[in-house]
Design a protein around this ligand. Structure first.
Ligand SMILES: Nc1ncnc2c1ncn2[C@@H]1O[C@H](COP(=O)(O)OP(=O)(O)OP(=O)(O)O)[C@@H](O)[C@H]1O
Ligand SMILES: [Mg+2]
Length: 260
């Protein structure tokens, strides 16, 4: 009879090339409202990391600090090996061309067609597309990835909520980013459409090998997509582990996340 090896592999500390995001002691307050009080996080290459936190806990603030849209009060943020705080506007723009951002809500430009929405980041990051005169194949490829090639000439007002989210996803991947930040990718969608979006996120990770930070309070989304999770509670990284580890926790603050 074969004896199973039950030894648990030791998770070695990641080397710097394997680290895509590193946040150390991030603090941010708005007047008396102390939102982040020393938040720490590491995202490794190729990993899907979910950050969960209740509404108003500071998830969007954290993600905005990450891409330099909001300045933290203190703390160190390194993204793709660059310290955000030390970059000038040009360097920040260049870094952002390697980051896909799915904003909370979708945030498509209402006055632009689907195609124009997708071309927008390409125009912003012209340097990355130097030598490419015809954007159409790239727009088509990004839309095909989300099953919406036929919507290219439609306006956002002609799309359903789920379709808008898919277009936003296509826009986030058109730059072939190394890292994708998802802020509540399934919020406001019905369970079936949510599942479809999660499936697309997984397909994208397999196809392009991107690393992803997913902010959500959707337990089903976290279960399906996360390889590791961090719970943001009281402004800090309160708990960390796999979905299975966290759902089995006895800590009442951790437990509260998983109660239906
Ligand atoms: N620009 C701002 N000025 C003042 N306060 C802000 C600003 N942005 C965020 N806040 C405050 O910071 C706190 C965290 O907001 P944030 O948007 O990060 O929450 P969240 O965790 O993303 O919530 P949700 O799940 O509802 O999206 C809230 O109390 C909010 O009022
Ligand atoms: Mg938010």
């Amino acid at each position: 009879m074969k004896i199973e090896d039950k030894t648990v592999p030791i998770r070695e500390a990641p080397t710097s090339e394997e680290i895509v995001i590193k946040i150390k002691d991030l603090r941010k307050c708005f007047g008396d409202n102390e939102v982040l009080k020393g938040f720490n996080m590491v995202l490794r290459k190729g990993e899907n990391l979910v950050v969960m936190g209740k509404s108003g806990s500071g998830k969007s603030v954290m993600i905005k600090c990450l891409v330099g849209l909001m300045a933290p009060d203190s703390g160190i943020i390194e993204v793709l090996g660059k310290n955000i705080d030390q970059l000038d506007q040009m360097e920040l723009d260049e870094l952002r061309s390697d980051i896909g951002f799915l904003f909370q809500g979708s945030a498509l430009y209402d006055s632009m067609t689907v195609r124009e929405n997708l071309e927008f980041p390409m125009r912003r990051h012209r340097k990355k597309f130097e030598g490419i005169t015809d954007t159409l194949p790239l727009v088509k490829e990004a839309l095909e990835n989300v099953g919406l090639a036929h919507t290219m000439d439609l306006m956002p007002s002609e799309l359903s909520g789920g379709m808008k989210r898919r277009v936003a996803l296509a826009r986030a991947i058109i730059l072939k980013p190394k890292l994708i930040l998802y802020d509540e990718p399934t919020s406001g969608l019905d369970p079936i459409t949510s599942k479809e979006i999660i499936e697309l996120m997984r397909n994208i990770q397999h196809k392009y090998g991107t690393s992803a930070l997913i902010i959500t309070h959707d337990v089903d989304c976290a279960r399906v997509i996360s390889e590791r999770m961090i719970l943001l509670v009281d402004g800090i990284n309160y708990a960390e582990g796999t979905f299975t580890e966290l759902i089995g926790s006895q800590d009442p603050k951790v437990n509260a996340f998983f109660k239906k």
